[in-house]
Design a protein around this ligand. Sequence first.
Ligand SMILES: Cc1cc2nc3c(=O)[nH]c(=O)nc-3n(C[C@H](O)[C@H](O)[C@H](O)COP(=O)(O)OP(=O)(O)OC[C@H]3O[C@@H](n4cnc5c(N)ncnc54)[C@H](O)[C@@H]3O)c2cc1C
Ligand SMILES: NC(=O)c1ccc[n+]([C@@H]2O[C@H](COP(=O)([O-])OP(=O)(O)OC[C@H]3O[C@@H](n4cnc5c(N)ncnc54)[C@H](O)[C@@H]3O)[C@@H](O)[C@H]2O)c1
Ligand SMILES: NC(=O)c1ccc[n+]([C@@H]2O[C@H](COP(=O)([O-])OP(=O)(O)OC[C@H]3O[C@@H](n4cnc5c(N)ncnc54)[C@H](O)[C@@H]3O)[C@@H](O)[C@H]2O)c1
Length: 529
Amino acid sequence: MFRNIIKLNRGLSRYYSTAGRRSSNGNKGFSFNSNSVKVGGAIALSALTITGLSTVLLEQEKKEEQVEVNATEEPKKSEKEYKKAMDTDYDIESFKYVIIGGGTAAYYAVDKILENDKEATILIISKERDVPYQRPPLTKNLWQTKDDNVVNTLSFSDWSGKQQNLLYEPESVYGSEILQFVKTRSVIDLHIDEKLVLLNDGKLIRYDKCLIATGGEPRNFKFTSTDKEKITTYRTVEDFKNLYNFIKDGNKHVTILGGGFLGSELTCSLGLNFGEKGIKLAQVFPENGVYANLFPEYLSNYATEEISKIGVDVKTKRLVKDITDNNGRLTVLLDDGSSFDTDHVVVAAGIIPNTDVVKSTTLEIDQVNGGYVVNPELQARTDLFVAGDVASYYDFSLGVRRRVEHHDHARATGELAGNNMSTKTTPNPYTYQPFFWSDLTPGVGFEAVGNTSAKLKTFSVWEKKEGENEEQKYNKGNIYYLNDKNQVVGVLCYGNYGKMDTARRLILKKRVIQDLNELQHAIDFDEHH
Ligand SMILES: Cc1cc2nc3c(=O)[nH]c(=O)nc-3n(C[C@H](O)[C@H](O)[C@H](O)COP(=O)(O)OP(=O)(O)OC[C@H]3O[C@@H](n4cnc5c(N)ncnc54)[C@H](O)[C@@H]3O)c2cc1C
Ligand SMILES: NC(=O)c1ccc[n+]([C@@H]2O[C@H](COP(=O)([O-])OP(=O)(O)OC[C@H]3O[C@@H](n4cnc5c(N)ncnc54)[C@H](O)[C@@H]3O)[C@@H](O)[C@H]2O)c1
Ligand SMILES: NC(=O)c1ccc[n+]([C@@H]2O[C@H](COP(=O)([O-])OP(=O)(O)OC[C@H]3O[C@@H](n4cnc5c(N)ncnc54)[C@H](O)[C@@H]3O)[C@@H](O)[C@H]2O)c1
């Protein structure tokens, strides 16, 4: 990926401070003179003057131990600097494209911008320490490597055996005047009319076009124990490294709170790959079974049984009431009055979309689904775009407004937003129907598309083979989700890969299904990759 950047870097004899652009200090690259940042009551000094991204990364790498920037803290001098910046003569760093967030949507947006605009100057601002990476392997492939060095290499085999790295691109790719990456900083405000973003260290940046791709923050709960090392959430590569290092030597008890995607995938990966090393697991959630919001009840029950079979103590229909410290371990108290001891708790209870970036201007937030409301071209305002988990958009084929928290959607909206930000032609609407997938155990995996809410009526078709016994009945199947008009609005292909385009076409047809048996052969079970 980033097909054009190598060429662009080599051919670059200009700097971004060309005519019409202003630079605060005349440096070639992004200069980062940060101020005193108050951290947990102490003052940490970070005086960095950095030219070019590779230096940003290097310098900040060195400082990481000493300087922790509190992402939510308001900077002291921001107000003054902010007002000064409103004055058009004030010299301030400018980028043609500013991307807030450094995840999947951000990555694909940048890729598209680089393809479309040979004059691009791009700044990615990310709260995280790592340059853009994919999250799906954090609960799957990375745990299967059988190599403790995986925390450093971050490499793994994909489903077809091909070696991949978690990072979309190596860090070095971000060290140019075209494309820069600032890590461990967050945007705390956006002044839309002035086209300015404010960072948590007081720095202001001007943009021509801006993308909000801030994803979501894991939900957490307040417990009596406030041990942040033992009770964690799980979303980032840092979280993976910490958990891996904690469990790699085995003989620990880990509790996963949540029966959705994250909780179930992580539980299975730990159970399948570290069970033999003495990692004992409990999974606790309020629903009757895992994926209860997605699977029809019988399949949710089956998947839950499969998880129990790998040795996990699955506690369904249970809420965690509290967690307390207990002589270096934790005690988990459930709502039925029972309790058990554990060494670590991972809270996997959904995310809250990161819509705290814009404070001084009003941006519409979807009151039902959360997220910033965008038009079909993924704009929240002129020159301000939103993509990925944090975007609330109108789904043309389903005829509803919704927000999707999956990889393929982040990729597709990122790419479209990047295109619409940098194209010289008319921007395109988002008409794509994204898919998602999940893998739990070798026998429980699927791809799905559309509205696959378990609240809808479903019709399941399972592949039948000669002489097949009861055990194998959930080998390959297609589950159709129907709305109240009996139109197919979602499809889940269980163990049946490569069928998403057929499923999309079925949804788009909007045909009223008179007899459910019409769906028996709507999607085949042939091997097709
Ligand atoms: C462990 C895990 C496994 C997953 N597996 C799958 C899977 O198998 N299949 C699937 O379809 N989906 C999967 N997903 C979901 C998928 O990864 C997400 O939908 C996708 O990452 C969303 O991309 P995004 O760019 O919108 O947000 P993110 O990837 O969350 O990126 C947002 C970034 O913005 C940063 N940020 C937030 N606020 C600010 C701010 N104010 N200033 C600066 N930076 C900010 C965040 O720190 C983060 O780095 C998984 C998610 C997780 C966590
Ligand atoms: N394969 C995938 O697509 C995939 C994989 C991993 C993560 N993700 C994404 O990562 C994010 C986080 O995943 P997630 O599983 O946390 O969210 P989720 O929305 O899939 O599931 C939330 C779960 O939280 C649990 N929960 C809520 N309140 C609880 C409480 N009080 N006590 C116990 N459990 C409670 C419920 O069991 C519920 O199923 C989501 O956006 C998800 O889509 C996606
Ligand atoms: N259509 C397909 O057959 C197919 C298969 C694999 C991957 N992919 C694509 O690759 C992307 C990332 O994949 P990855 O390999 O990095 O992640 P991954 O290894 O987690 O697998 C991603 C997808 O491959 C499926 N898969 C897993 N094992 C499989 C197998 N033995 N045969 C066929 N499919 C299998 C998963 O269920 C999931 O849908 C996904 O976005 C997906 O579009 C497609």
